[in-house]
Design a binder for this molecule. Structure first.
Ligand code: ATP
Ligand code: MG
Ligand code: MG
Ligand code: MG
Length: 439
């Protein structure tokens, strides 16, 4: 992409309404624009990051054997009356009447809708296990929308639902989700710690939230510092193996890590004092096992091998896709701007032409631009007729992992400059070698 033809409305001033750094940087870098309280338009740069996160989520869900689909945002109230949640859900649910006077709602979550699909089409243990998921906009009329996309009213969530013949099988699905989530967050350059949590309006007994540690997080968390040494890394896990998924769950949940809702002071005090941590965290996902909480009232049953009819065992599993954009920035920035982890960056490299209009500099930039594209990477070329200082400030704000700087002086010696956004270190290299380093 050439900046002269892109739409990147960066702001010079720090917007006064933004209280936390990710919100400020998303506004300043031209990623989002508020449409109304808690509702945002995703401008091209923000949209690109959102799409990258969606892709990672899809890839990791499909790897785990989960099946993508798409359910609507608007739902009929009837199903929610069947489950009893139409009244229970409270003010967070946005209720709408259509022209026929029918009660509708903008889905805050999808347990009812998916259970209705299941009961219409599945009746036998032979069709199980089954996990369906989608990535779709949700609406929750949050009492205090704030922090930009971190607590929006309209937000993008991946929500997945497992259907199993028994509690035992459903707990394997739970573990499989835990493993897939660990992989997902690590690919985004994040450490998200599974913590024992409270199930809230979804209901159920077993639940973990995934939290990214950050001072601006809204949750208070208590944990054993040893947990922050754990990495999922490159390991291959067989998602069909009950033992392998169980082992990962045990490894990642055996140390004390809880949100304030489930915190137990006596248990916490059993950890050696120097390892006790009280901190704040951002909830970026949650997994639930809730058994037959929805299948019973909605009559979603399956025939077992012995011919008995039993309500199907379920769980639901959410990732806050749009919130993650903010969470990644909270975890990765400096005073000059965003620092994107490689896996989610909107462009791989920024190309800065120090003297736009200089025949040699322009030609060198064009050649580099072409060879970056040929590698299958995405360059952002600042080809505007602007001062170098302004171009550098924009690149730092936007936070691409690499910058290639091209100017007449370097070209005389046959070199360009390759700079790492994270370390600030620069190297002078012939153009071809600078491009090779990106691959
Ligand atoms: P919170 O405690 O922050 O209100 P939640 O527990 O109500 O979140 P879940 O029902 O667990 O949310 O939804 C799954 C994920 O969706 C959450 O882990 C979070 O990442 C994301 N999410 C929930 N509410 C919002 C929101 N208002 N804005 C952006 N993302 C959200
Ligand atoms: Mg909530
Ligand atoms: Mg929560
Ligand atoms: Mg939650």
């Amino acid at each position: 992409m050439r900046l002269s033809r892109y739409f990147l409305p960066v702001l010079k001033e720090t917007p006064s309404e933004a209280q936390i750094v990710s919100h400020r940087l998303m506004l300043r870098a031209g990623m989002i624009k508020q449409a109304s309280a808690g509702i945002y338009s995703w401008l091209p740069l923000g949209f690109k990051v959102l799409r990258k996160l969606e892709n990672i989520v899809h890839e990791e869900q499909i790897r785990a054997g989960h099946i993508p689909m798409l359910m609507p945002t608007l739902q009929s109230a009837d199903l929610w009356r069947e489950s009893g949640r139409f009244d229970d859900y409270g003010e967070e649910m946005l209720r709408i009447k259509d022209r026929q006077g029918r009660d509708m709602l903008y889905g805050p979550t999808n347990e009812e809708l998916i259970t209705d699909i299941f009961r219409a089409h599945v009746g036998s243990y032979k069709d199980l296990p089954l996990t369906l998921y989608h990535i779709q906009w949700k609406f929750r009329d949050e009492i205090r929308p704030r922090f930009g996309v971190m607590r929006g009213r309209e937000f993008l969530m991946k929500d997945g639902y497992n259907f199993d013949v028994s509690k035992e099988a459903a707990l394997h699905s739970y573990n499989r989700h835990l493993v897939s989530y660990l992989r997902t967050y690590e690919r985004m350059g994040l450490q998200a710690i599974p913590m024992r949590a409270d199930s809230g309006p979804i209901g159920g007994d077993d639940t973990h939230e995934f939290l990214v540690l950050a001072e601006t997080g809204e949750s208070e968390v208590y944990y054993d510092s040893e947990i922050t040494d754990l990495r999922f890394g490159e390991r291959e896990v067989d998602y069909d193996s009950v033992a392998e998924c169980q082992a990962v769950l045990e490894e990642f949940t055996s140390r004390y890590a809880r949100t304030d809702e489930t915190h137990d002071e006596a248990l916490f005090n059993q950890i050696p004092e120097e390892r006790r941590r009280v901190a704040r965290g951002i909830e970026v996902g949650q997994i639930f096992y809730f058994g037959t909480k929805y299948s019973e009232p909605l009559g979603a049953t399956v025939q077992t091998r012995d011919g008995a009819s039993v309500p199907v065992h379920m769980g639901s599993h959410g990732i806050g896709v749009s919130r993650l954009v903010g969470a990644i920035i909270e975890a990765s920035h400096d005073e000059r701007g965003i620092i994107w982890p490689e896996g989610v960056t909107p462009f791989h490299v920024g190309l800065v032409n120090l003297k736009q209009g200089d025949a040699e500099a322009d030609a060198a930039c064009e050649a580099i631009y072409g060879s970056v594209l040929a590698l299958g990477l995405d360059p952002l070329y600042d080809d505007r007729d602007e001062r170098a200082g302004g171009k550098f400030a924009t690149m730092d704000l936007v936070g691409l992992p690499w910058r290639i700087t091209v100017g007449p002086r370097g070209l005389k010696n046959g070199v360009v400059e390759l700079t790492s956004r994270r370390t600030g270190e620069s190297e002078e290299l012939p153009p071809e070698q600078a491009v090779e380093k990106l691959a």
